[in-house]
Design a binder for this molecule. Structure first.
Ligand code: URA
Length: 202
């Protein structure tokens, strides 16, 4: 089975999971988009309204900023895969609960094991704390917030995979806080450098 087929199978598995929290109120599963062969994975928090309607991550306002980020570092959707911590939209875009993170992230881990990325860019607090906690939702509370760790590259281990983690501000935070744009642009340079390293080692 190739990666796309494995992802399709996983998608069906999630759809069939009738106990998964948030499923009832959602229009669509928001599974992922991009190239399953990509070495770079972006992980956001959860779908908003547009994502829920279209069944695709980052297609609304935050998605426009993510598109700009990608093109600023010379990447397109062909070079990356994009997924979220939660697979369904929380009502009114509220923050994910611990229970939702605990029940949804095993699916994210399965996605990661299929894609086998070399670099993960975690977008915002939830994705960043999840990876910094060693993918253990119970350890997320003890992690530093994105304001302290953004742009600080860290090597993490997920199963037998050694992955470069680059925590970034969430693209939606940039919309509401123009001051973060300066930080965001500095962090993009770090993403660009890592991307180039991985292109040359591939
Ligand atoms: N914000 C996210 O974290 N993910 C999306 O898919 C859209 C907005």
């Amino acid at each position: 089975m190739d990666k796309q087929e494995e992802l399709n199978k996983l998608r069906e598995e999630i759809i069939a999971d009738t106990t998964l929290p948030l499923r009832e109120g959602a229009t669509n599963l928001v599974f992922g988009k991009g190239n399953p062969q990509a070495k770079i994975l972006f992980v956001g928090e959860a779908a908003g309204r547009q994502e829920d309607l279209q069944g695709l991550p980052f297609v609304g306002a935050a998605g426009k900023n993510l598109d700009k980020l990608l093109s600023a570092v010379g990447l397109s959707l062909d070079d990356v895969y994009i997924a979220n911590i939660l697979k369904y939209r929380p009502p009114e875009n509220r923050n994910p609960t611990s229970e939702e993170i605990r029940t949804h992230t095993p699916y994210l881990i399965k996605q990661i094991k299929i894609i086998k990325p070399k670099v993960i860019c975690s977008l915002g607090n939830y994705a960043t704390k999840f990876f910094l906690a060693g993918c253990n939702p119970d350890g997320m509370d003890k992690q530093l917030g994105i304001t302290q760790v953004h742009g600080k590259v860290k090597i993490i281990q997920i199963d037998d995979m050694t992955i470069t983690l680059i925590p970034l501000f969430h693209p939606a935070a940039i919309i509401y806080n123009q001051n973060l744009i300066i930080e965001w642009e500095k962090d993009l340079k770090i993403v660009k450098k890592e991307v180039e390293n991985h292109k040359s080692t591939s």
